[in-house]
Design a binder for this molecule. Structure first.
Ligand code: NAP
Length: 282
């Protein structure tokens, strides 16, 4: 069993803590606030913990599960406490900027991103099995020690996640399409509805909204911090994706305005045919 430290006990750190503890790993949790440690102990996500980053000393593997924008600075702060064989991994939703910055700080680093999430944040919504049957992307580079990669792969595999490997820049372009673009599109959808000028129609629309609206608005109605961080740290790829999306909207608008129903049917048939490839069993 690996001695595991988790820095940042929110949705992802707390959920990993629950799973890793159940797998029998001794898990040390580190958070900014003592209340977070108390809550993580009470729910069985960690075996021990505290607010001092020096607690990472003695860990075999450290998971950095803080918000994206403090991931690199958190690694810089723990480096003085690590033993030379410690493997550090992270869970940040962007990799292109973060991976080289951490590699410069710690040689035994493996970038990671479990593709599982929720619209809410914080330890209160953490749950066991969050990453089960979900893709878990690892982003090794030429600098990643194979032994470190093997150890993180083994841990992710015991959580029942589906392992996937790619370069950090490939990761960021791919998640721009399927994760970051949907957040912006879904947020834009909710705000477009809010433009209805007649309060009675708006209230009716809200009363009639059902499963379709629930599905399409879910990721846009989540905590704004995560979407803002995605955009800040994956700006170029997200702008490319938004440009392509805008073209598709213009295309659909032109077909509807021109009453070109055959063309619209053809466009929607292409979308219907393409969708299963994104949802096939992993
Ligand atoms: P979260 O629920 O907000 O949890 C963040 C945790 O980090 C909290 O426990 C918080 O500690 C701690 N923290 C906040 N600011 C900090 C700081 N300045 N220094 C040290 N610790 C700090 O966030 P999350 O959704 O788990 O996201 C964490 C990471 O997972 C991010 O890198 C994100 O990109 C990635 N991720 C998120 C999702 C998702 O859907 N949410 C999916 C995959 C990956 P306190 O409780 O003590 O305040």
């Amino acid at each position: 069993m690996e001695r595991i430290a988790i820095v940042g006990l929110g949705l992802i750190g707390g959920s990993l803590g629950l799973d890793l503890t159940r797998q029998g790993h001794p898990v040390i949790g580190i958070a900014r606030r003592p209340e977070t440690i108390q809550a993580a102990l009470a729910m069985g996500a960690i075996a021990e913990g505290g607010t001092d980053l020096a607690l990472v000393a003695g860990a075999d593997v450290v998971f950095i599960c803080t918000p994206i924008d403090v991931t690199v600075s958190t690694v810089a702060a723990i480096v003085p406490h690590l033993s030379p064989t410690t493997v550090v991994t992270d869970v940040a939703s962007v990799k292109g900027e973060i991976v080289p910055a951490i590699e410069a700080l710690w040689p035994g680093f493996v970038g990671g991103h479990p593709m599982a999430g929720k619209a809410e944040a914080g330890l209160g919504v953490a749950e066991a099995g969050l990453v089960f049957d979900r893709p878990y992307v690892l982003t090794p580079t030429e600098a990643t020690p194979p032994e470190a990669l093997g150890r993180v792969r083994a841990i992710a595999a015991t959580l029942g996640a589906t392992l996937c490997q790619c370069h950090p820049s490939q990761h960021d372009r791919a998640v721009a399409w399927i994760s970051h673009l949907p957040v912006m599109v879904s947020g834009g959808l909710i705000l477009a509805c809010q433009q209805e000028a007649d309060p009675a129609i708006l209230a009716l629309a809200q009363a009639l909204a059902s499963s379709g609206f629930k599905d399409t608005s879910r990721v846009g109605g989540g905590v704004p911090e995560l979407g803002t961080l995605m955009a800040r740290h994956n700006r170029a790829a997200l702008l490319d994706a938004l440009t392509q999306y805008q073209r598709q909207i213009d295309h659909l608008k032109a077909q509807i305005a021109g009453e070109d129903w055959d063309a619209l049917h053809n466009t929607l048939a292409q979308a219907q045919a393409a969708r299963p490839a994104y949802l096939k069993p992993k």
